[in-house]
Write a new protein. Structure first.
Length: 400
């Protein structure tokens, strides 16, 4: 059943609209925002509400504070950044999330103005999904809009609980994320290819299990490669291995064969004599890596093989960097694969934090169909799961 979006609400002029955004942006030691993508991606929904003359209440989490005492987790830098994006708009930061101060600020709100609440995780009731806390949040508004895709896999008070007490719909970012990622796995344009990279197999098991049922091609690169190669009996030198998941990888290889999924594990790598940006490098077959060497990037044969599959695909999903992109020497494989995706005709999706960040860093953001803003949430959608933050929203037919 289709979920309602803010477009389905008939009249929001002069109404108090509570928008849960995901402005959980990375910051450096001094509190400077190092990547403002999540703020920029939320602007469509905010601007729509401003144009329609709504009174806006914005709410986000930031990091993992234990209580209000963790003042370094204040949303102040975010509000400053948002003000730069919305010049001339009156934005008031209230240093609380519920209570008299907030109620006063909201009651003074004029149409086209914004009240920004302090970090919602200053209250442990948020992550506990406390019903009383959810009710207090709901009492602040006439409508609730969930645009926090990155937090939609969590059933928290401001992402799920609140939706029980006030009409709740999706924002535009939430709509786009769920539509593109959801359709890519529910109703894909084929051939469907998924590229796995990164080093943590554990995080991607759910996605791999689901994609084994539906993908045409599964390409494995990055640090995950070596657990697969070990599962097939290869020599991986000092490369990273996830010992707990060797058996799992054996099963993936078997299942892919049985289901006729084209599983391509990186066949060569650029190996380093130490884990460092200035390491000496050598190309090895991934199953013949000498002791003292560790594979830190996919090699030239693998790049060519992956690019050939990408060029024949109609949907390509990329999950996890294909090498240690933090070091320039080992970023080349990811650059070439990203470039092939940016210039192919398929629907191209970068799923999850690191990958979307890598794509943006290399300047292909505009050439991909979609860069997902949610790490865990995008993985759960690719697993075929329903996100609690989405399940809680009204269906279109329920909107009055
Ligand atoms: P993940 O969170 O599982 O997506 O892993 C991302 C991390 O994997 C990045 O920090 C990369 O540096 C790392 N990574 C990618 N390829 C390799 C590799 N061949 N060896 C070690 N780490 C890698």
């Amino acid at each position: 059943m289709e979920k309602a979006t803010i477009r389905n609400l008939k009249e929001i002029k002069d109404k108090r609209v509570f928008i849960r955004v995901d402005h959980n942006v990375p910051q450096d030691d001094k509190g400077n925002i190092t990547d403002d993508t999540r703020i920029r991606e939320s602007l469509d929904t905010i601007k729509y509400c401003l144009d329609k003359g709504a009174k806006i209440i914005l709410c986000t989490h930031l990091g993992r504070p234990k209580s209000k005492a963790d003042t370094q987790f204040t949303v102040k830098p975010i509000v400053k950044k948002l003000q730069d994006c919305l010049k001339g708009v009156n934005i008031t930061l209230v240093d609380d999330c519920i209570g008299k101060k907030v109620e006063d600020a909201v009651s003074k709100l004029k149409s086209g103005e914004i009240v920004y609440l302090e970090n919602i995780r200053f209250y442990p009731e948020e992550t506990a999904n406390d019903p009383e806390f959810s009710k207090k949040l709901a009492a602040l508004c006439d409508y609730y809009v969930n645009d926090a895709f990155g937090a939609a896999h969590r059933a928290h008070a401001s992402t799920e609980g609140i939706a029980k007490y006030v009409p709740a719909v999706a924002g535009f970012l939430m709509e786009r994320e769920v539509k593109i990622l959801g359709e890519a796995v529910a109703n894909p344009k084929r051939p469907l290819t998924i590229i796995f990279g990164g080093k943590k197999i554990k995080d991607k098991i759910g996605v791999m299990d689901n994609l084994l049922k539906i993908a045409d091609n599964i390409l494995v690169g990055g640090g995950m490669t070596y657990t697969f190669v070990k599962a097939s009996g290869g020599q991986i030198g000092n490369s990273i291995v996830d010992a707990e998941n060797v058996e799992y990888c054996k099963n993936v290889i078997k299942t892919a064969k049985a289901k006729k999924v084209n599983l391509v594990v990186a066949s060569d790598c650029v190996a380093a004599d130490k884990y460092a940006p200035d390491a000496n490098t050598r190309v090895f077959a991934t199953n013949e890596i000498r002791d003292g060497w560790e594979g830190l990037d996919i090699g030239p044969k693998t790049r060519a093989a992956f690019i050939s599959v990408i060029q024949k695909s109609k949907t390509v999903i990329w999950c996890g960097p294909l090498g240690v992109t933090e070091f320039d020497k080992f970023a080349q494989g990811s650059k070439e694969i990203g470039n092939a995706m940016a210039n192919c005709k398929a629907i191209t999706i970068a799923g999850g934090g690191d990958t979307a960040f890598t794509v943006a860093k290399f300047g292909w953001a505009d050439k991909f169909t979609h860069l997902s803003t949610g790490g865990g949430a995008s993985l759960e959608l690719l697993e075929g799961k329903t996100l609690p933050g989405v399940a809680a929203l009204l269906n279109i037919k329920e909107v009055r």
